[in-house]
Design a protein around this ligand. Structure first.
Ligand SMILES: *[C@@H]1O[C@H](CO)[C@@H](O)[C@H](O)[C@H]1NC(C)=O
Ligand SMILES: *[C@@H]1O[C@H](CO)[C@@H](O)[C@H](O)[C@H]1NC(C)=O
Length: 393
Protein backbone atom coordinates (compact mmCIF):
# COMPACT_ATOMS: atom_id res chain seq x y z
CA UNK A 1 0.00 0.00 0.00
CA UNK A 2 1.29 3.38 -0.81
CA UNK A 3 0.16 6.74 0.37
CA UNK A 4 0.02 9.28 -2.40
CA UNK A 5 0.05 12.79 -1.16
CA UNK A 6 -2.16 15.76 -1.89
CA UNK A 7 -5.44 14.00 -2.40
CA UNK A 8 -4.66 11.01 -0.29
CA UNK A 9 -4.55 9.05 -3.47
CA UNK A 10 -3.87 5.49 -2.70
CA UNK A 11 -2.57 2.65 -4.75
CA UNK A 12 -3.60 -0.53 -3.08
CA UNK A 13 -1.81 -3.56 -4.37
CA UNK A 14 -3.35 -6.85 -3.38
CA UNK A 15 -1.74 -10.23 -3.99
CA UNK A 16 -4.29 -10.99 -6.72
CA UNK A 17 -4.27 -7.82 -8.77
CA UNK A 18 -3.24 -4.21 -8.63
CA UNK A 19 -5.95 -1.84 -7.64
CA UNK A 20 -5.86 1.89 -7.25
CA UNK A 21 -8.32 3.81 -5.24
CA UNK A 22 -8.61 7.50 -5.69
CA UNK A 23 -11.44 8.22 -3.37
CA UNK A 24 -10.42 10.85 -0.85
CA UNK A 25 -7.89 13.43 -0.09
CA UNK A 26 -6.36 14.28 3.18
CA UNK A 27 -7.31 17.49 4.86
CA UNK A 28 -4.58 18.76 7.09
CA UNK A 29 -5.74 20.20 10.38
CA UNK A 30 -3.29 23.02 11.06
CA UNK A 31 -0.45 25.24 10.00
CA UNK A 32 0.53 26.37 6.56
CA UNK A 33 -0.94 23.27 5.06
CA UNK A 34 -4.30 24.59 6.09
CA UNK A 35 -3.95 27.06 3.25
CA UNK A 36 -4.24 24.11 0.99
CA UNK A 37 -7.26 22.75 2.73
CA UNK A 38 -9.53 24.11 0.04
CA UNK A 39 -7.71 21.99 -2.49
CA UNK A 40 -7.14 19.05 -0.26
CA UNK A 41 -10.78 18.59 0.31
CA UNK A 42 -12.29 15.99 -1.82
CA UNK A 43 -14.69 17.35 -4.32
CA UNK A 44 -18.21 17.56 -3.20
CA UNK A 45 -21.30 18.13 -5.19
CA UNK A 46 -23.86 20.20 -3.41
CA UNK A 47 -27.34 21.49 -3.58
CA UNK A 48 -30.81 20.11 -3.95
CA UNK A 49 -31.65 17.87 -6.80
CA UNK A 50 -33.76 19.25 -9.55
CA UNK A 51 -36.65 16.86 -9.69
CA UNK A 52 -37.63 18.06 -13.14
CA UNK A 53 -37.27 15.52 -15.95
CA UNK A 54 -35.48 16.84 -18.99
CA UNK A 55 -35.41 15.39 -22.46
CA UNK A 56 -31.66 15.03 -22.21
CA UNK A 57 -31.59 13.44 -18.81
CA UNK A 58 -32.18 14.20 -15.20
CA UNK A 59 -30.10 17.09 -13.90
CA UNK A 60 -28.56 17.17 -10.46
CA UNK A 61 -27.37 20.55 -9.26
CA UNK A 62 -23.72 20.76 -8.33
CA UNK A 63 -22.39 23.53 -6.15
CA UNK A 64 -18.75 24.31 -5.90
CA UNK A 65 -16.80 25.44 -2.86
CA UNK A 66 -13.38 26.98 -3.57
CA UNK A 67 -13.16 25.03 -6.82
CA UNK A 68 -12.26 22.00 -4.79
CA UNK A 69 -15.20 20.45 -3.11
CA UNK A 70 -18.44 19.31 -4.59
CA UNK A 71 -21.13 17.18 -3.08
CA UNK A 72 -24.78 16.39 -3.55
CA UNK A 73 -27.60 14.65 -1.78
CA UNK A 74 -28.58 11.03 -2.06
CA UNK A 75 -31.35 9.49 0.01
CA UNK A 76 -31.35 6.04 1.52
CA UNK A 77 -34.35 4.21 2.98
CA UNK A 78 -38.09 4.73 3.34
CA UNK A 79 -38.80 7.36 4.49
CA UNK A 80 -35.75 8.99 2.95
CA UNK A 81 -32.64 9.61 5.03
CA UNK A 82 -30.46 12.12 3.18
CA UNK A 83 -26.67 12.27 2.88
CA UNK A 84 -24.31 14.53 1.01
CA UNK A 85 -22.08 12.33 -1.10
CA UNK A 86 -19.22 12.88 -3.47
CA UNK A 87 -20.04 11.66 -6.98
CA UNK A 88 -16.74 9.99 -7.75
CA UNK A 89 -15.92 8.55 -11.17
CA UNK A 90 -12.72 7.16 -9.60
CA UNK A 91 -14.42 4.52 -7.45
CA UNK A 92 -17.46 2.23 -7.66
CA UNK A 93 -19.00 1.78 -4.21
CA UNK A 94 -21.61 3.72 -2.27
CA UNK A 95 -21.05 4.25 1.43
CA UNK A 96 -22.76 6.40 4.05
CA UNK A 97 -22.25 6.73 7.82
CA UNK A 98 -24.09 4.20 9.97
CA UNK A 99 -26.11 4.74 13.11
CA UNK A 100 -23.66 2.28 14.62
CA UNK A 101 -20.88 4.85 14.11
CA UNK A 102 -22.23 7.00 16.94
CA UNK A 103 -20.11 9.98 17.88
CA UNK A 104 -17.16 8.66 15.85
CA UNK A 105 -18.87 10.07 12.77
CA UNK A 106 -19.01 13.53 14.28
CA UNK A 107 -22.00 15.59 13.24
CA UNK A 108 -22.66 13.65 10.06
CA UNK A 109 -26.14 12.22 9.60
CA UNK A 110 -26.19 8.46 10.23
CA UNK A 111 -28.26 5.88 8.42
CA UNK A 112 -30.65 4.12 10.79
CA UNK A 113 -31.81 0.86 9.22
CA UNK A 114 -34.43 0.36 11.94
CA UNK A 115 -36.17 3.52 10.70
CA UNK A 116 -36.47 2.23 7.13
CA UNK A 117 -39.29 -0.02 5.97
CA UNK A 118 -37.33 -1.01 2.83
CA UNK A 119 -34.13 -2.07 4.63
CA UNK A 120 -32.86 -5.61 4.00
CA UNK A 121 -30.06 -6.96 6.15
CA UNK A 122 -26.83 -8.17 4.55
CA UNK A 123 -24.16 -7.75 7.23
CA UNK A 124 -21.07 -8.67 5.19
CA UNK A 125 -18.01 -6.81 6.47
CA UNK A 126 -16.93 -3.93 4.20
CA UNK A 127 -13.52 -2.33 4.41
CA UNK A 128 -11.47 0.12 2.37
CA UNK A 129 -7.94 0.89 3.45
CA UNK A 130 -6.77 4.48 3.03
CA UNK A 131 -3.26 5.72 3.65
CA UNK A 132 -4.16 7.04 7.07
CA UNK A 133 -6.30 4.09 8.13
CA UNK A 134 -9.43 2.16 7.34
CA UNK A 135 -12.95 3.08 6.42
CA UNK A 136 -14.99 0.10 7.44
CA UNK A 137 -18.44 -1.13 8.24
CA UNK A 138 -20.86 -3.64 6.77
CA UNK A 139 -23.15 -4.06 3.80
CA UNK A 140 -26.86 -3.35 3.79
CA UNK A 141 -29.54 -3.16 1.15
CA UNK A 142 -32.16 -0.44 0.76
CA UNK A 143 -33.83 1.93 -1.67
CA UNK A 144 -31.42 4.66 -2.80
CA UNK A 145 -32.88 7.81 -4.31
CA UNK A 146 -30.52 9.57 -6.69
CA UNK A 147 -31.57 12.47 -8.89
CA UNK A 148 -35.16 11.92 -7.82
CA UNK A 149 -35.14 8.31 -9.06
CA UNK A 150 -35.61 5.49 -6.58
CA UNK A 151 -33.28 2.53 -7.06
CA UNK A 152 -34.69 -0.49 -5.26
CA UNK A 153 -32.57 -3.06 -3.47
CA UNK A 154 -29.25 -1.23 -3.77
CA UNK A 155 -26.43 -2.80 -1.78
CA UNK A 156 -24.26 -0.18 -0.09
CA UNK A 157 -21.91 0.08 2.87
CA UNK A 158 -22.90 1.39 6.27
CA UNK A 159 -19.70 2.81 7.70
CA UNK A 160 -18.88 2.83 11.41
CA UNK A 161 -15.10 3.25 11.33
CA UNK A 162 -13.94 6.47 9.68
CA UNK A 163 -10.50 6.61 11.29
CA UNK A 164 -8.89 6.41 7.85
CA UNK A 165 -10.33 9.78 6.90
CA UNK A 166 -8.81 11.69 9.80
CA UNK A 167 -10.06 14.92 11.23
CA UNK A 168 -10.97 16.13 7.77
CA UNK A 169 -13.98 13.89 7.72
CA UNK A 170 -15.32 15.04 11.08
CA UNK A 171 -15.20 18.64 9.86
CA UNK A 172 -15.92 17.95 6.21
CA UNK A 173 -19.09 18.63 4.32
CA UNK A 174 -19.47 15.29 2.61
CA UNK A 175 -20.97 12.35 4.46
CA UNK A 176 -20.21 9.55 2.01
CA UNK A 177 -19.13 8.62 -1.48
CA UNK A 178 -21.12 7.42 -4.46
CA UNK A 179 -18.77 5.70 -6.87
CA UNK A 180 -19.45 6.10 -10.60
CA UNK A 181 -16.67 3.99 -12.13
CA UNK A 182 -17.35 0.46 -13.42
CA UNK A 183 -18.58 -2.63 -11.59
CA UNK A 184 -15.29 -4.34 -12.44
CA UNK A 185 -13.58 -2.35 -9.67
CA UNK A 186 -16.50 -2.40 -7.24
CA UNK A 187 -15.73 -4.04 -3.92
CA UNK A 188 -17.59 -7.34 -3.57
CA UNK A 189 -18.76 -6.90 -7.17
CA UNK A 190 -21.71 -4.85 -5.97
CA UNK A 191 -23.42 -3.14 -8.93
CA UNK A 192 -22.89 0.61 -8.88
CA UNK A 193 -25.88 2.84 -8.23
CA UNK A 194 -25.77 4.00 -11.84
CA UNK A 195 -25.79 0.41 -13.07
CA UNK A 196 -28.83 -0.23 -10.87
CA UNK A 197 -30.48 2.87 -12.34
CA UNK A 198 -29.92 1.43 -15.81
CA UNK A 199 -30.96 -2.09 -14.86
CA UNK A 200 -34.21 -0.78 -13.37
CA UNK A 201 -34.94 1.22 -16.51
CA UNK A 202 -34.81 4.54 -14.71
CA UNK A 203 -32.54 6.36 -17.17
CA UNK A 204 -33.15 6.94 -20.87
CA UNK A 205 -29.58 6.53 -21.98
CA UNK A 206 -26.67 4.73 -20.31
CA UNK A 207 -24.72 7.96 -19.88
CA UNK A 208 -24.13 10.67 -17.33
CA UNK A 209 -22.30 13.96 -17.62
CA UNK A 210 -20.54 16.44 -15.36
CA UNK A 211 -20.64 20.18 -15.68
CA UNK A 212 -18.54 21.62 -12.88
CA UNK A 213 -19.28 25.05 -11.58
CA UNK A 214 -16.78 27.69 -12.49
CA UNK A 215 -14.88 30.00 -10.19
CA UNK A 216 -17.53 32.68 -10.68
CA UNK A 217 -19.96 30.66 -8.61
CA UNK A 218 -22.22 29.40 -11.38
CA UNK A 219 -23.87 26.19 -10.39
CA UNK A 220 -22.55 22.91 -11.70
CA UNK A 221 -24.62 19.97 -12.74
CA UNK A 222 -24.43 16.21 -12.95
CA UNK A 223 -26.83 14.90 -15.56
CA UNK A 224 -28.06 11.31 -15.29
CA UNK A 225 -29.30 9.41 -18.35
CA UNK A 226 -28.15 11.99 -20.85
CA UNK A 227 -26.21 15.21 -21.28
CA UNK A 228 -27.17 18.82 -21.56
CA UNK A 229 -25.94 20.71 -24.66
CA UNK A 230 -26.74 24.00 -22.91
CA UNK A 231 -23.62 23.43 -20.84
CA UNK A 232 -21.11 23.13 -23.65
CA UNK A 233 -20.05 24.78 -26.90
CA UNK A 234 -20.13 23.06 -30.26
CA UNK A 235 -20.15 19.32 -30.70
CA UNK A 236 -18.92 16.64 -28.35
CA UNK A 237 -15.70 14.90 -29.34
CA UNK A 238 -15.91 11.19 -28.55
CA UNK A 239 -12.97 9.01 -27.61
CA UNK A 240 -13.15 5.27 -26.91
CA UNK A 241 -12.38 3.85 -23.49
CA UNK A 242 -9.29 1.67 -23.25
CA UNK A 243 -10.47 -0.02 -20.06
CA UNK A 244 -13.84 -0.25 -18.33
CA UNK A 245 -12.52 -0.13 -14.76
CA UNK A 246 -11.79 3.50 -14.11
CA UNK A 247 -12.89 5.77 -16.95
CA UNK A 248 -9.66 5.14 -18.84
CA UNK A 249 -8.75 6.32 -22.32
CA UNK A 250 -5.57 6.76 -24.31
CA UNK A 251 -3.31 9.72 -23.70
CA UNK A 252 -1.77 10.37 -27.09
CA UNK A 253 0.50 13.18 -26.03
CA UNK A 254 0.97 16.25 -23.90
CA UNK A 255 2.86 19.39 -24.76
CA UNK A 256 3.72 22.55 -22.90
CA UNK A 257 4.39 25.50 -25.15
CA UNK A 258 4.79 23.00 -27.99
CA UNK A 259 7.38 20.87 -26.17
CA UNK A 260 6.52 17.21 -25.54
CA UNK A 261 6.32 16.50 -21.81
CA UNK A 262 5.08 12.94 -21.54
CA UNK A 263 5.62 9.38 -22.65
CA UNK A 264 2.65 8.15 -20.65
CA UNK A 265 -0.06 6.52 -22.73
CA UNK A 266 -3.09 6.30 -20.45
CA UNK A 267 -5.31 8.68 -18.54
CA UNK A 268 -8.42 8.39 -16.39
CA UNK A 269 -11.18 10.95 -16.00
CA UNK A 270 -11.81 11.33 -12.28
CA UNK A 271 -14.36 13.72 -10.83
CA UNK A 272 -13.13 12.68 -7.37
CA UNK A 273 -9.71 14.25 -7.85
CA UNK A 274 -9.34 18.01 -7.71
CA UNK A 275 -6.34 18.49 -9.94
CA UNK A 276 -4.19 16.66 -12.50
CA UNK A 277 -1.87 13.90 -11.41
CA UNK A 278 0.82 12.06 -13.31
CA UNK A 279 4.07 10.14 -12.97
CA UNK A 280 6.21 12.01 -10.46
CA UNK A 281 9.30 12.31 -12.67
CA UNK A 282 7.29 13.80 -15.54
CA UNK A 283 5.41 16.13 -13.21
CA UNK A 284 8.68 17.27 -11.62
CA UNK A 285 10.05 18.09 -15.09
CA UNK A 286 6.83 19.92 -15.98
CA UNK A 287 7.01 21.89 -12.74
CA UNK A 288 10.59 22.87 -13.51
CA UNK A 289 9.53 24.03 -16.98
CA UNK A 290 6.96 26.44 -15.57
CA UNK A 291 9.11 27.48 -12.60
CA UNK A 292 6.93 25.84 -9.95
CA UNK A 293 8.70 24.76 -6.77
CA UNK A 294 7.93 21.75 -4.58
CA UNK A 295 6.00 22.45 -1.44
CA UNK A 296 8.44 21.73 1.42
CA UNK A 297 6.46 19.17 3.38
CA UNK A 298 4.78 17.61 0.38
CA UNK A 299 7.33 17.45 -2.41
CA UNK A 300 4.94 16.04 -4.98
CA UNK A 301 2.95 19.29 -4.82
CA UNK A 302 4.12 22.57 -6.25
CA UNK A 303 3.57 26.25 -5.73
CA UNK A 304 4.11 28.88 -8.36
CA UNK A 305 4.60 32.60 -8.20
CA UNK A 306 1.20 34.10 -9.05
CA UNK A 307 2.83 36.86 -11.09
CA UNK A 308 4.12 34.19 -13.52
CA UNK A 309 0.69 32.76 -14.23
CA UNK A 310 -0.38 35.16 -17.03
CA UNK A 311 2.74 34.39 -19.06
CA UNK A 312 2.66 30.61 -18.69
CA UNK A 313 2.70 28.57 -21.92
CA UNK A 314 -0.37 26.68 -23.09
CA UNK A 315 -0.69 23.07 -22.00
CA UNK A 316 -2.09 20.77 -24.65
CA UNK A 317 -3.38 17.35 -23.64
CA UNK A 318 -4.05 14.95 -26.49
CA UNK A 319 -6.70 12.38 -25.69
CA UNK A 320 -7.55 9.73 -28.23
CA UNK A 321 -5.75 11.89 -30.78
CA UNK A 322 -7.74 15.03 -30.00
CA UNK A 323 -6.09 18.11 -28.50
CA UNK A 324 -7.47 19.79 -25.41
CA UNK A 325 -5.74 22.93 -24.22
CA UNK A 326 -5.45 24.55 -20.81
CA UNK A 327 -4.10 28.06 -20.31
CA UNK A 328 -1.80 28.97 -17.43
CA UNK A 329 -4.61 30.22 -15.26
CA UNK A 330 -6.49 26.97 -15.95
CA UNK A 331 -3.72 24.57 -14.93
CA UNK A 332 -2.85 26.56 -11.82
CA UNK A 333 -5.12 27.31 -8.88
CA UNK A 334 -5.22 30.48 -6.86
CA UNK A 335 -6.07 29.51 -3.30
CA UNK A 336 -6.43 32.56 -1.11
CA UNK A 337 -3.72 34.42 -2.98
CA UNK A 338 -1.31 31.47 -3.10
CA UNK A 339 -0.84 29.88 -6.52
CA UNK A 340 -0.61 26.15 -6.84
CA UNK A 341 0.56 24.22 -9.86
CA UNK A 342 -2.40 22.07 -10.89
CA UNK A 343 -0.31 18.89 -11.18
CA UNK A 344 0.84 16.49 -8.53
CA UNK A 345 3.13 13.50 -8.86
CA UNK A 346 1.69 10.04 -8.37
CA UNK A 347 3.21 6.76 -9.45
CA UNK A 348 0.66 4.12 -10.17
CA UNK A 349 2.30 0.76 -10.74
CA UNK A 350 1.79 -1.38 -13.83
CA UNK A 351 -0.37 -2.87 -15.11
CA UNK A 352 -2.85 -0.15 -14.14
CA UNK A 353 -0.31 2.62 -14.50
CA UNK A 354 1.60 4.62 -15.30
CA UNK A 355 -1.21 7.00 -16.06
CA UNK A 356 -2.45 10.55 -15.69
CA UNK A 357 -5.49 11.38 -13.62
CA UNK A 358 -7.48 14.17 -15.20
CA UNK A 359 -9.49 15.66 -12.37
CA UNK A 360 -11.53 18.79 -11.93
CA UNK A 361 -8.87 21.08 -13.36
CA UNK A 362 -9.62 19.44 -16.71
CA UNK A 363 -13.34 18.76 -16.25
CA UNK A 364 -14.05 22.36 -15.25
CA UNK A 365 -12.94 23.45 -18.71
CA UNK A 366 -14.25 20.46 -20.68
CA UNK A 367 -17.78 19.24 -20.11
CA UNK A 368 -17.39 15.47 -19.83
CA UNK A 369 -19.90 12.82 -20.85
CA UNK A 370 -19.39 9.36 -19.35
CA UNK A 371 -20.96 6.85 -21.72
CA UNK A 372 -21.09 3.34 -20.25
CA UNK A 373 -21.22 1.85 -23.76
CA UNK A 374 -17.48 2.54 -23.85
CA UNK A 375 -16.62 6.12 -24.64
CA UNK A 376 -16.07 9.58 -23.23
CA UNK A 377 -17.34 12.80 -24.79
CA UNK A 378 -15.74 16.21 -24.31
CA UNK A 379 -16.59 19.76 -25.29
CA UNK A 380 -15.53 23.15 -23.93
CA UNK A 381 -18.01 24.30 -21.30
CA UNK A 382 -20.40 27.03 -22.32
CA UNK A 383 -19.33 30.48 -21.25
CA UNK A 384 -21.45 31.59 -18.34
CA UNK A 385 -23.92 34.45 -18.56
CA UNK A 386 -21.75 36.32 -16.15
CA UNK A 387 -18.67 35.82 -18.29
CA UNK A 388 -20.52 36.90 -21.45
CA UNK A 389 -21.73 40.00 -19.69
CA UNK A 390 -18.21 40.75 -18.61
CA UNK A 391 -16.91 40.31 -22.16
CA UNK A 392 -19.49 42.68 -23.57
CA UNK A 393 -18.34 45.38 -21.23
C1 LIG B 1 -24.35 -9.27 0.67
O1 LIG B 1 -24.01 -8.54 -0.51
C2 LIG B 1 -23.02 -9.15 -1.30
C3 LIG B 1 -22.67 -8.19 -2.42
O2 LIG B 1 -23.79 -7.86 -3.20
C4 LIG B 1 -23.53 -10.48 -1.81
O3 LIG B 1 -22.55 -11.10 -2.58
C5 LIG B 1 -23.90 -11.35 -0.63
O4 LIG B 1 -24.48 -12.54 -1.10
C6 LIG B 1 -24.88 -10.64 0.29
N1 LIG B 1 -25.06 -11.43 1.49
C7 LIG B 1 -26.25 -11.57 2.06
C8 LIG B 1 -26.25 -12.36 3.30
O5 LIG B 1 -27.26 -11.05 1.60
C1 LIG C 1 10.35 9.96 -23.58
O1 LIG C 1 11.19 8.88 -23.92
C2 LIG C 1 12.34 9.27 -24.65
C3 LIG C 1 13.10 8.02 -25.06
O2 LIG C 1 13.38 7.21 -23.93
C4 LIG C 1 13.20 10.22 -23.80
O3 LIG C 1 14.32 10.64 -24.52
C5 LIG C 1 12.35 11.41 -23.39
O4 LIG C 1 13.09 12.24 -22.52
C6 LIG C 1 11.08 10.97 -22.71
N1 LIG C 1 10.23 12.13 -22.50
C7 LIG C 1 9.71 12.44 -21.33
C8 LIG C 1 8.88 13.65 -21.28
O5 LIG C 1 9.89 11.77 -20.31
Amino acid sequence: MKLLTFLLLLALVTPCFAMIRIPLQKKTPSGLLMDFAGLNKHRHIAGPYHLVEQANGVPVVINDFSNAQYFGPVSVGTPAQTFNVIFDTGSSNLWVPSKTCGSNCGLHPEYDSSASSTYVKNGTVFRIQYGSGPVAGFLSEDTVTFGGMAVKGQTFAEINDVSGLGLGYALGKFDGILGMAFDSISEYGIPTVFDSLMAQGLVQQPVFAFYLSAADGTQGELTLGGYDPAHFQGELTWVPLTSETYWETSLTGMTLGGQSVTNTTKCVLDTGTSILAGPSAEVAALAALVGATPFPLRPSEYTIDCSKVPSLPTLSISIGGVEFTLAGDEYTLNVQGMCLFGFTGIDIPAPRGPLYILGDVFIRKYYTVFDTTGRLGFAPVATTKKAKHHQRR
